[in-house]
Ligand binder design. Structure first.
Ligand code: SP5
Ligand code: ZN
Length: 341
């Protein structure tokens, strides 16, 4: 299995987030990707390759042109305004307010975000572009006939909607890769999101479509971020009715209950018969994750990979969350090793 990785993720560093009422160094930091890269390379699954540049056209198949323009010009706008870094949104609309893009940068930041989880430093936009190129290069490998590939995306993507950033996510890497596979001949793609947090962006992007089955196993939004999406009764709409499946689980969930949800999701995916399976691989389900409340242990990730392998589909793993820096490399590598065995 090849791994796609770019050192350009390092540009997104030194940023902050708002946590427990304090501005803290972001949990989503460069060391994450380096720990994962080292652990995966140490297992010898296959070569690490760099991404090829795909430009913004495949991004615009998922995200609105105005949103992509916002992301690509925000840093210049900020510098032109003579403002200090980092950039962090802190104003949002309430339901009933209007969806018009404000002219000023603070207004635009609120218009295009849903939380204060998406900080910008001068290297952030370049890192965002490298991350989606990593996912698209992974999709290229699958298209070229590889049985599987691992895209070490950073920043992650699954919380990003078509024109909203949030939860450390700017561009929805998995959604862009899925759309690129559909655009190049796949008829059906399944996305299995195993990150601790609900993949609200991925769900919303494909909610009314039958050509992408989205299955999400995550902490119940009644207790956990993103709070406002991810309930079990969200099953899709219109032509997409029946093509979204949520498995919300309570804080404290261990592997027995978690893997029962995985079994059910896998049965759905099997029945759907996708041409390609995309796994949004977050390992923040780990017992010692600093911002999460599930209790999976490192050996459990072998079992996850092996259950996914039983589906027998071309499979692209796309990195999402996981913040226990000492363990995330092992947990990602265990998932991939369980898949390959
Ligand atoms: C990609 C990904 O995993 N994004 C996660 C973003 C989570 N941000 C919000 C975390 C809220 C954690 N709960 C706060 C409890 C304070 N004691
Ligand atoms: Zn997460």
């Amino acid at each position: 299995m090849k791994m796609v990785y770019s050192p350009r993720h390092h540009g997104h560093s030194g940023h902050v987030e708002l946590y427990n009422g304090q501005i803290l160094p972001a949990f989503e930091k460069p060391e994450r990707a380096e720990m994962i890269r080292a652990a995966v390379e140490a297992r010898g699954f296959g070569p690490t390759i760099g991404p090829s540049a795909h430009g913004l056209d495949p991004v615009a198949r998922v995200h609105s042109p105005a949103y992509v323009r916002f992301l690509s010009t925000l840093t210049e706008l900020w510098i032109a305004d003579g403002r200090p870094f980092p950039i962090l949104p802190s104003f949002w609309r309430a339901p009933g307010m209007r969806r018009l893009e404000p002219e000023t940068v603070d207004g635009k930041l609120g218009h295009y975000s849903f939380d204060a989880g998406c900080c910008f430093v001068p290297g952030t936009w370049d890192a965002i572009q490298s991350s989606v190129d990593v996912a698209l290069t992974g999709a290229d490998l699958i298209r070229a006939g590889e049985a599987s590939a691992y895209a070490l995306c950073r920043p992650p993507g699954h919380h990003a909607h078509d024109e909203t950033m949030g939860g450390y996510c700017y561009i929805n890497n998995a959604a862009v890769a899925a759309q690129a596979l559909l655009d190049s001949g796949a008829a059906r793609v399944a996305i299995l999101d195993v990150d601790y947090h609900h993949g609200n962006g991925t769900q919303a992007i494909f909610y009314d479509r039958a050509d992408v089955l989205v299955c999400n196993i995550h902490a119940d939004p009644k207790q956990e971020f993103p709070y406002f999406l991810g309930h079990a009764d969200e099953t899709g709409s219109g032509a997409g009715e029946g093509f979204n499946a949520n498995y919300p689980l309570p804080w404290g969930t261990g592997f027995a209950a978690w893997s029962a949800a995985l079994d059910d999701a896998c049965r759905r995916i099997e029945a759907y018969g996708p041409d390609v399976l995309l796994v949004s691989l977050g390992v923040d389900t780990f017992k010692d994750d600093p911002i999460s409340q599930f209790r999976l242990d490192s050996p459990d990730y072998f079992a996850i990979g092996s259950r996914i392998a039983k589906l027998g589909r071309p499979t692209l793993f796309v990195q999402e969350g996981g913040y226990a820096v000492e363990a995330i490399g092992v947990n990602v590598a265990n998932t991939l090793e369980g898949f390959l065995q």
